[in-house]
Design a protein around this ligand. Structure first.
Ligand code: COA
Length: 218
């Protein structure tokens, strides 16, 4: 991998570079390269990835955004959870990495095979990032790769739900074009109170004709 900031700097021949004074630090030490965010579909998890995923999940749970868990479960329960996800045919797991280390994930949950009437729709669930990896665009990339895979698998609608307190997630989904269609006043129970839930959907392929200008004014 190349070092970004050093590569962006104008090249200076060594003979023209100012001589470093002995015993003094350089005035402008090179900045460290920014971390590299990547996302992928995970069809297997090696031991390192499994441990990184458990670490990331624990950090997100402690921070208060742990896909249902209010406090971290024992490590063997978390490991069993992720191993189970890999075994369920109705689940697709997507992982986010910062400099190669798994920092979070999300899943597509397909409908059970008996549910033919809703076979065109799937759910986006368990979307989280460890707090140390936030703000690098990973969540947006995760949702986008999940959407692509869901569309490629033939799904036309993606549903999701979120607690009203998860402001960053709500902003993310709304900027990605999700439409809110409902609220549940007793969606979750955390910190001794009920928390409202918001329900969203997105058309992965357009199902309704776009509104004409006159329709959109009514
Ligand atoms: C939601 C979450 C995954 C976002 O992670 P992230 O790394 O900050 O996301 P990104 O860097 O990709 O940012 C994507 C968008 O999220 C929104 N966002 C991120 N942080 C935000 C904040 N503090 N306030 C408001 N919006 C925010 C913005 O719309 C942002 O887009 P922008 O950078 O173009 O403005 C992360 O905050 C998280 O894990 N939260 C706890 C778990 C959770 O709420 N999961 C959702 C359950 S459905």
């Amino acid at each position: 991998m190349t070092d970004g900031p050093e590569n962006d700097a104008p090249a200076t021949p060594a003979s023209e570079a100012a001589p470093a004074k002995s015993g003094t630090a350089s005035a402008n030490p090179p900045l460290p390269a920014p971390p590299v965010p990547t996302v992928e579909r995970a069809e297997t998890l090696n031991t390192n990835d499994l441990h990184d995923l458990c670490d990331a999940a624990e950090a997100a749970i402690i921070d208060g955004g742990g896909f249902g868990w209010l406090k971290p479960p024992p490590r063997h329960t978390l490991e069993a959870y992720w191993k189970g996800v890999m075994l369920i045919p109705e689940r697709m797991l997507f992982v986010a990495r910062l400099d190669g280390v798994i920092a979070g994930s999300c899943q597509i949950q397909k409908p059970p095979r008996n549910n033919e009437a809703q076979g065109f729709a799937c759910n986006l669930t368990t979307n989280f990032l460890a707090p140390w990896s936030r703000g690098h665009g990973l969540a947006r990339q995760l949702v986008e790769i999940a959407e692509r895979n869901a569309r490629d698998a033939g799904f036309r609608i993606l549903n999701l739900d979120v607690r009203e307190t998860q402001r960053a997630a709500i902003r993310l989904y709304e900027t990605l074009g999700y439409s809110k269609f409902g609220e549940h006043p007793f969606y979750a129970f955390a910190n001794d109170r009920y928390v409202r839930g918001y329900f969203y959907f997105k058309e992965l392929i357009p199902l309704r004709p776009a509104a004409t200008p006159s329709e959109s004014l009514t």
